[in-house]
Design a protein around this ligand. Structure first.
Ligand SMILES: Cc1cc2nc3c(=O)[nH]c(=O)nc-3n(C[C@H](O)[C@H](O)[C@H](O)COP(=O)(O)OP(=O)(O)OC[C@H]3O[C@@H](n4cnc5c(N)ncnc54)[C@H](O)[C@@H]3O)c2cc1C
Ligand code: SF4
Length: 331
C-alpha cells in the first residue's frame, strides 16, 4: 500500500485552500472508491484530507416547492431511506438502492458517488499498462481489447470507458444542480454538464478544478418526478455495476405522454440523456408499444458500438422502454 498522511478538516475555507494549493492532496469522504484506487495504484496521493467533519454537509432537506437538497456528505443509505426523497423522486432512491451493497452504501457519500472513477479493468489494473486515463499518452487498451462493458455513445479513440455511477443517471434525468464551493465563491453546475466526454483528455472525468469542494446537490421539482423509475441490467442480480440502466420519468394527460425524461447509464463516459426520444415521445399513448419503441430508437441512430458490445444497442432500447412503462404505471 502506498504510504500517505491523513489529516481532518473542520473548516470548509481551509479545506478548499489546502486542496487548491497542494496537488498531492485529495479529499476523502467514505473512502470506498479512493482507497480502492490507491490499492490499484491508479492514484497515489501523498496527503488525504478527511472532510467528514465539515459542518452542515450531511443534511437532506425537503425544499419548499417540491425539490430536495442533499448534502455532499449524506450517506447513500440515508438518502435512499429518506421519506421525502422516496416520495418526491423515487428514481433517485431506486438508483441508490440498486448500487453497491448495504455496507458500502452506509459508508459512501453522495459527493464521492458522483466523483467515482470508471470500472474499466485496464484503468483499475494495478500493474498499469496502456490506459490514457491513467497515464496520459499511453494508449487505450480497451479500444481494441476487452470492451464488452464499454461505451456505445460519445467515446473517442483516446478512451471508451463508461461512468459507473447509478445515482448520476437519475440526477441527470432530473436536471439536478451540483453546488460547488471554491476560493472564489459558490457556483452551480447543471448535472448534465458535470461529467465530461473523454475527447483527447480522458484523464478528466468532470469539470471540477483544484480547490473545488462539492457542498450539496439540489434536485429541483418537476412534473414527471413522482412517476419515475430506475431500471438497471447487470450480469448478476446484486452487487454489480450496470451493463445498461435507465432513469425514466413521465407526465401524462390520461394515457398520452405530455413529457418524458430518459437518461441512460453504462453507455457513455457520462450519463446519457435521450433528448431526441424525449421529444419524440410527446403525444404518444403509453399503450402504443410500437410508437414508443420507434421514438426511443431515434436516440440510437448515432450509437457507435465497439467490437464486443453491439448487444448494448438493442438491450439499451429495451431497458429504456421497460423503464418508461414502469414509470408510467406509477401515475
Ligand atoms: C465493490 C463495489 C461495488 C460498487 N457498486 C456500485 C454500483 O453498483 N453503483 C454505483 O453507483 N456505485 C457503486 N460503487 C461505488 C460507490 O458507490 C462509491 O465508491 C462511493 O459512492 C464513493 O463515495 P465515498 O464517499 O466512499 O467516496 P471517496 O472514496 O471518499 O471519494 C471518491 C472521490 O470523490 C472525491 N470527493 C469525495 N467527496 C467530495 C466532495 N464533497 N467534493 C469534492 N470531491 C469529493 C474524493 O476526493 C475522491 O476523489 C461500488 C463500490 C465498490 C467498492
Ligand atoms: S477505456 Fe479509458 S479507462 Fe479504459 S483503457 Fe481506455 S483509456 Fe483507459
Amino acid at each position: 500500500m502506498h504510504p500517505f498522511a491523513l489529516s481532518r478538516a473542520d473548516d470548509p475555507a481551509k479545506a478548499i485552500a489546502a486542496h487548491a494549493h497542494d496537488p498531492q492532496l485529495v479529499f476523502i469522504a467514505g473512502g470506498t472508491d479512493l482507497i480502492g484506487l490507491m490499492k490499484d495504484r491508479a492514484t497515489l496521493p501523498e496527503r488525504l484530507l478527511d472532510i467528514n467533519g465539515l459542518p452542515n454537509m450531511a443534511r437532506i432537506e425537503a425544499l419548499p416547492g417540491g425539490g430536495v437538497r442533499i448534502g455532499a456528505l449524506a450517506r447513500m443509505s440515508d438518502v435512499a431511506a429518506d421519506t421525502e426523497v422516496r416520495r418526491r423522486f423515487p428514481v433517485v432512491a431506486e438508483a441508490l438502492l440498486f448500487a453497491a451493497s448495504g455496507q458500502l452504501r452506509n459508508m459512501a457519500s453522495i459527493g464521492g458517488n458522483i466523483m467515482q472513477r470508471t470500472r474499466c479493468a485496464y484503468f483499475r489494473d494495478e500493474t498499469g499498462g496502456r490506459c490514457n486515463k491513467r497515464n496520459r499518452g499511453s494508449g487505450c487498451a480497451a479500444l481494441h481489447g476487452l470492451n464488452r462493458n464499454h461505451a456505445i455513445f460519445g467515446w473517442s479513440e483516446s478512451c471508451v470507458a463508461t461512468n459507473p455511477s447509478d445515482l448520476a443517471v437519475a440526477l441527470a434525468a432530473m436536471d439536478a444542480i451540483v453546488i460547488v464551493r471554491a476560493k472564489t465563491g459558490e457556483r452551480l453546475i447543471p448535472f448534465t454538464d458535470f461529467h465530461r466526454l473523454p475527447g483527447s483528455t480522458p484523464e478528466r472525468d468532470n469539470v471540477l478544478d483544484r480547490g473545488d469542494l462539492i457542498i450539496a446537490i439540489e434536485v429541483p421539482a418537476n412534473v414527471e418526478a413522482r412517476a419515475s423509475h430506475y431500471l438497471k441490467v447487470r450480469d448478476r442480480a446484486s452487487y454489480e455495476f450496470a451493463l445498461v440502466s435507465t432513469a425514466a420519468a413521465v407526465a401524462t394527460d390520461g394515457r398520452r405522454i405530455r413529457s418524458a425524461r430518459l437518461a441512460m447509464g453504462g453507455v457513455a463516459h457520462k450519463p446519457w440523456r435521450l433528448t431526441a426520444a424525449e421529444t419524440g415521445l410527446r403525444g404518444i399513448s403509453l399503450d402504443d408499444i410500437d410508437r414508443l419503441r420507434s421514438a426511443i430508437a431515434t436516440s440510437f441512430t448515432d450509437a457507435r458500438p465497439l467490437a464486443q458490445n453491439a448487444f448494448k444497442v438493442e438491450l439499451a432500447q429495451r431497458v429504456a422502454l421497460r423503464a418508461l412503462q414502469t414509470a408510467g404505471a406509477r401515475i
